[in-house]
Ligand binder design. Structure first.
Ligand SMILES: Nc1nc2c(ncn2[C@@H]2O[C@H](COP(=O)(O)OP(=O)(O)OP(=O)(O)O)[C@@H](O)[C@H]2O)c(=O)[nH]1
Ligand SMILES: [Mg+2]
Length: 449
């Protein structure tokens, strides 16, 4: 499968300059190879920070470094690991890397350190994926969910589900040892009830999945409305910058303007669009078409109305068009006297001029996208791979339950579905995951992780 008998090396810190930079080695020869680079006499002591120097090609030293040796199995990868911390200069770090490779180390593939941690049983697959999520996190909420998964809270819940299935399977298998016609070790009704209770736990996990995925992957929020209602002003206020051009001339915005922002922990790609109206202007009508397309793929539409004017035909048309979408109506220009009194189910009054109402708008956006979910501390599933496998698991359990409910299906048939359900759980934690899937997961990582 994956080669783990060689010693790998990579720069573990991001490209570019920094105060410090780290080169990491992992594998059986990590300590020997480090010894060949460093001018420290004698072997590195376990878990001691050793101040020493890296030798250059000739006699002169390259850099002063601190080297730390983590002997197997108490290291990130579960193998012998040496971390060499030097000055954060790309030139120096590459020189150290090349010296390590010249001594016999192989350049690590993306994610290979974490892959080894997984293969050596230091982490399960959920935790390895959480490492990538933690590094990628763009908001504190994303980081918290990833860290939760790294700590094993989701692993525990999957483990608890697995234990209940295992118990049921064991009891049904025992029935097979009493093959007398009509004798059930577990009464079918009992089996159906047990399966139902496992499904209920599964549904609890899946209930938060959409929100979890939205938090992990971020959401696209599109600002729509007729010209001049203040879409670009609302966009700028939410983005905290004057990114979009604002003028009193209707039809100012033509292109899509996007900005990624943090709305109460949810990473939102905010899109400003051209005001919707019938127009003969070629450029503007292209902008209007792009805006319509953006609305179609949005996770949420902010429909901006100018509250200081009566509703126009275009407003009504947009209200109608977006009525089935995930939508928040933004009643802008609340600093001016109100001209419309119509009320909407999900509406927030704001003034993009004064900033009034924007705290409420941010809260409404976040709640509409992910519910109150984000405020609760609990194990969450957020990863599409986990969600898909849990749904497959649920489908198998459902089939088993239906079979049990008929009361006359042999245990063998129930067992097939229950085993299939358990297999999906095994795939989530990585006990039974194909090499292709593993490759796909670890390719996402940066080199050095
Ligand atoms: N009084 C008041 N004026 C506002 C408010 N928001 C926007 N405006 C004004 O309304 C006009 C239009 O604002 P924009 O943000 O450019 O409106 P828009 O919807 O993006 O317009 P288009 O790009 O042309 O579709 C500008 O003169 C803004 O200063 C508000 O809350 N109160
Ligand atoms: Mg605009």
């Amino acid at each position: 499968m994956f080669a783990t008998d060689d010693t790998i090396v990579a720069i573990a810190t991001p490209p570019g300059r920094g105060a410090l930079g780290v080169v990491r080695l992992s594998g059986a020869r990590a300590r020997d190879l480090a010894g060949a680079l460093l001018d420290h006499g004698g072997a590195l002591q376990p878990r001691h920070a050793t101040f020493t120097r890296v030798q250059g090609d000739g006699k002169s030293a390259l850099d002063e470094v601190v080297a730390t040796f983590f002997p197997a199995p108490h290291s990130y990868t579960g193998e012998d690991v040496v971390e060499i911390t030097g000055h954060g200069s790309p030139v120096l770090l590459h020189a150290v890397l090349e010296r390590a490779m010249a001594a016999g180390a192989r350049l690590a593939e993306p994610g290979e350190f974490t892959l080894r941690a997984f293969l050596n049983g230091k982490q399960d697959l959920i935790q390895s994926e959480a490492v990538a999520d933690l590094i990628d996190a763009a908001t504190p909420l994303q980081a918290r969910i990833a860290f939760d998964q790294l700590e094993g809270t989701l692993t525990e819940r999957i483990g608890a589900l697995d234990a209940r299935l295992f118990d049921l399977i064991a009891r049904l298998e025992a029935s097979l040892d009493f093959p007398d016609e009509g004798y059930h070790f577990v009464e079918p009704a009992r089996a159906a009830a047990d399966i139902s209770s496992v499904i209920a736990v599964l549904d609890g996990l899946l209930a938060g999945a959409t929100a979890g995925r939205m938090i992990r992957e971020g959401a696209t929020v599109v600002i729509a409305g007729r010209p001049n209602v203040g879409k670009s002003s609302v966009f700028n206020m939410l983005a905290g910058s004057n990114r979009a051009i604002v003028t009193a001339i209707p039809g100012t915005t033509r292109d899509l303007v996007t900005e990624t922002i943090d709305v109460e922990g949810v990473a939102v790609t905010l899109v400003d669009t051209a005001g919707w109206r019938d127009t003969r202007d070629i450029v503007e009508s292209e902008g209007v078409a792009r805006g319509a397309h953006a609305r179609d793929i949005a996770d949420l539409v902010l429909l901006v109305l100018d509250r200081s004017e009566p509703l126009a035909d275009e407003d009504c048309r947009l209200l109608d068009e977006t009525s089935k979408m995930n939508r928040v109506v933004v009643l802008n220009k609340s600093d001016l006297p109100a001209e419309t009194t119509r009320t909407f189910r999900e509406a927030v009054a704001v003034s993009a001029l004064s900033g009034d109402g924007f705290d409420a708008l941010r809260r409404t956006i976040a709640t509409t996208l992910v519910g109150e979910e984000r405020l609760r501390d609990q194990a969450r599933i957020s990863n599409t791979r986990h969600i898909a496998l849990l749904e497959q698991c649920r489908a198998s359990l459902d089939a088993a339950r239906r079979a049990a409910e008929t009361g006359n299906v042999p245990e063998e048939f129930l067992l097939i579905d229950l085993q299939a359900a358990r297999m999906r759980l095994d795939e989530i934690v990585g006990r039974r995951t194909s090499e292709d899937v593993l490759r796909h997961i670890f390719e996402r990582f940066c080199i050095g992780k």
